[in-house]
Design a protein around this ligand. Structure first.
Ligand SMILES: [Zn+2]
Length: 222
């Protein structure tokens, strides 16, 4: 991690070009690790089990660096245990008490991330992210995770992906007063685009209906 990474540079340039635009940065490590996992691994460990606590220290530094670069909202996405609290304390200690944290509180181990991973070349080289992302069959775990994140100081909560998880968005919204964000991910977008290219759907109507569905489910931000 250094202060002139591509995300920091992008945050600075965007804020310079459009100062009123709110910049939300994704705070995770998987795009920077050689193995594609979201944190430190034990040397030689091929299971993909991330070393939680050392990873928290690195996440803290990353978030502070991103805030210094101009990020308005820090959005940690790795779902390490204790990540919201760690990042909150890091930001506060660095004088960024006013920077909110949008936690990827309910992030499922989803096949819908495929196109992004291809584009970012960030698919894990071994193992998978299921040791820290949630099982798509488990709805109640999302509620447990959001309550943990609220206790740790999250200001906004993210559900990811969105389309196949509308019930989770609804349940999270019912369970909290905090703003809820839905992450409409690359695979969801790709399906719409591919179908439109083939002339199978009316793209604009499908897009608007999908966005409306997110709002109906209780989403404050998409
Ligand atoms: Zn990650």
């Amino acid at each position: 991690m250094h202060d002139h990474g591509i995300v920091q540079q992008a945050a600075t340039r965007v804020k310079e070009a459009v100062p009123d635009l709110i910049v939300i940065v994704d705070t995770c490590l998987c795009e920077y690790t050689s193995h594609g996992h979201c944190g430190y691994l034990e040397v030689g460990d091929l299971t993909g089990r991330v070393l939680n606590d050392p990873t928290l220290e690195l996440l803290k530094k990353t978030a502070v660096s991103q805030a210094q670069a101009g990020a308005d909202i820090i959005a940690p996405s790795g779902m390490m245990d204790g990540f919201v609290q760690a990042i909150r304390s890091g930001l506060d200690a660095a004088g960024f008490q006013e920077i909110p944290i949008m936690s990827y509180a309910a992030k499922y181990a989803s096949a819908y991330y495929g196109p992004f991973r291809d584009a970012a070349d960030s698919a894990p080289q071994f193992g998978d992210r299921r040791t820290y992302q949630m099982d798509p069959g488990n709805g109640r775990e999302a509620l447990k995770e959001i309550h943990l994140d609220i206790t740790e100081g999250a200001d906004m909560l993210m559900v990811k992906p969105a389309l196949a998880y509308m019930d989770i968005i609804w349940r999270v919204k019912e369970a909290t007063q905090l703003p809820v964000a839905a992450y409409n991910v690359s695979g969801e977008y790709a399906m719409v685009k591919a179908a439109a290219l083939n002339g199978w759907i009316d793209e604009e109507r499908v897009v608007l209906e999908t966005l409306l569905g997110f709002k109906r489910a209780g989403t404050d931000m998409i």
